[in-house]
Design a protein around this ligand. Structure first.
Ligand code: FES
Length: 247
């Protein structure tokens, strides 16, 4: 199946700024807040990318890795996003509360998400309809704006990025280093935006301080990884994003 880059999940943004001639470095949660510990992951979706979510009772399941035997190959369970009447959205951790299989997207004809392992059924808001599960699916906080963007907050997000300036590398342009734990079975890319109001764009990076900045994707290996990006502007924000797809 062709991998489709439909959206990004990014939790922690590392900022480099030279405002007022004063260099500062810091980590931000998404755009504005000082990052709490543990971090909250922010997932933004453009509804236009998901025809199934244009109508009431529509549903999609998205994730950072494929599944094998009903569990994710990578660290994170997929998220089931359901649309209820009245522009109400539910974002649910797909991890079944019975024994941990991933439940599928909501099915309108059965009015539930039915777990493939032992048949538990969950409602559009994650409540238990039928056991053996006895607890609802975990709900994530969801926001929805007039531009059609869904924002989903994922608590206890372990993705952390540390940024630092690179001095004296052999590269022609000054560089910035981003260090993060690249979990296995996930794919990462680096995003940049020149201001808080600007949109994020993927940028190329290098795996060495002075090598060619010509990579766009890094496959995680459960180890700390350093990537190097060129600093094209004095002020800017970088984010390490995990690729997401419909699963
Ligand atoms: S794991 Fe879902 S019903 Fe058992």
């Amino acid at each position: 199946m062709q991998r489709r880059r439909i959206l990004k999940m990014f939790a922690v943004t590392t900022a480099y700024s030279k405002l007022l001639q004063t260099d500062w470095f810091g980590t931000l949660l998404a755009e504005v807040a000082v990052r709490p510990r543990p971090a909250v992951g922010i997932l933004r979706l453009n509804l236009g990318d998901f025809p199934a979510l244009r109508n009431d009772f529509g549903s999609v399941r998205i994730g950072t890795s494929r599944l094998s035997a009903n569990v994710p190959l990578g660290l994170f369970y997929p998220i089931v996003i359901n649309r209820a009447p009245g522009n109400q959205f539910f974002a649910l951790n797909s991890e079944c509360t019975h024994a941990g299989c991933a439940v599928p997207a909501f099915n309108r004809s059965s009015n539930s998400s039915a777990c493939p392992c032992h048949g538990s059924r969950f409602g559009i808001d994650g409540r238990v309809i039928n056991g053996p599960a006895s607890f609802p699916l975990q709900q994530y906080k969801v926001g929805f704006d007039a531009a059609g963007t869904l924002t989903i907050e994922i608590p206890d997000w372990p993705h952390e990025v540390v940024g630092s300036r690179v001095e004296g590398s052999g590269a022609l342009k000054p560089r910035f280093r981003l260090k993060f734990l690249a979990f296995a079975n996930l794919e990462f890319e680096v995003l940049f935006r020149a201001s808080l109001a600007a949109g994020w764009n993927p940028i190329p990076f290098s795996l060495t301080p002075d090598g060619p900045a010509d990579r766009t994707v890094f496959a995680g290996n459960d180890d700390f990884t350093e990537v190097y990006v060129e600093r094209a502007t004095d002020v800017g924000f970088y984010a390490v994003a995990i690729r997401i797809e419909q699963v």
